[in-house]
Design a protein around this ligand. Sequence first.
Ligand SMILES: C[S@@+](CC[C@H](N)C(=O)[O-])C[C@H]1O[C@@H](n2cnc3c(N)ncnc32)[C@H](O)[C@@H]1O
Length: 243
Amino acid sequence: MRFTESPVINLQVLDKPLSFQQDNNSLHVGTSVWPCSLVLVKFLERWSSQNPQNPNPYSHLLSFSGKRAVDLGAGCGVAGIGLSVLGLHHTLLTDIAAVMPALKRNLKRNKPHLPKPLKTAQLYWNNKAQIEDVVRKNGGFFDFVVAADVVYIEDSVRSLVEAMAMLVGDDGVVLLGYQLRCPSADRLFWEVCEGVFSVEKVPKGDLHPDYAFEEADVFVMRKKVMRGGSTSSGDETDSPLLK
Ligand SMILES: C[S@@+](CC[C@H](N)C(=O)[O-])C[C@H]1O[C@@H](n2cnc3c(N)ncnc32)[C@H](O)[C@@H]1O
């Protein structure tokens, strides 16, 4: 599975035939659908509680009922819309102003398949006031921060990690669809994350077999330090994925 020039990307999630209109000729990368977002959603679908299977090592991690998520750099909205179909109670899709028309167009397109209308907001990762506002207006820190293919500009890496940390609750999880785009941004991203998050890579074999390719990964990240100042022990189990 690779990036495609097709104007419409189809993605079946559970029984919902989602589709996303993309514009690859635009100046803004967010008007295209990036493959990591498909890899991330299909991984989540594979192990979602709405797709029962036994045994499911991710059942606790991916219990979405009553939970809230924010999608950072949502682009055409694949990750956020996909998560909503998988049962999240509330999903907020965010991006820069220039990408909002493409995001809203795709929300409208998929509205018949959504359990309830989704909200959008402009959110620039380096705008702390905007981030605080999003937290305040959406019921507090989020259970999930979702982001796909957002690490490609070295200059924005620090603010991206800071935004993730400001948005996710102490018990929350960052779900990251990842592909190496820019080696210097990649290096800095993992270096900054090291101080903030414990990071676990989903084994390739756990990705959806039809939506996996060598360069794409899914990471699960949890805050190392609680807001109250104590350090998350992380040692109740060998694998934070399974907590
Ligand atoms: C490569 S696209 C990925 C889009 C979408 N997540 C996907 O996987 O299809 C990166 C996204 O991050 C957004 N982005 C980049 N820098 C940003 C910033 N500083 N603040 C907010 N969004 C940003 C872009 O507008 C774009 O939508």
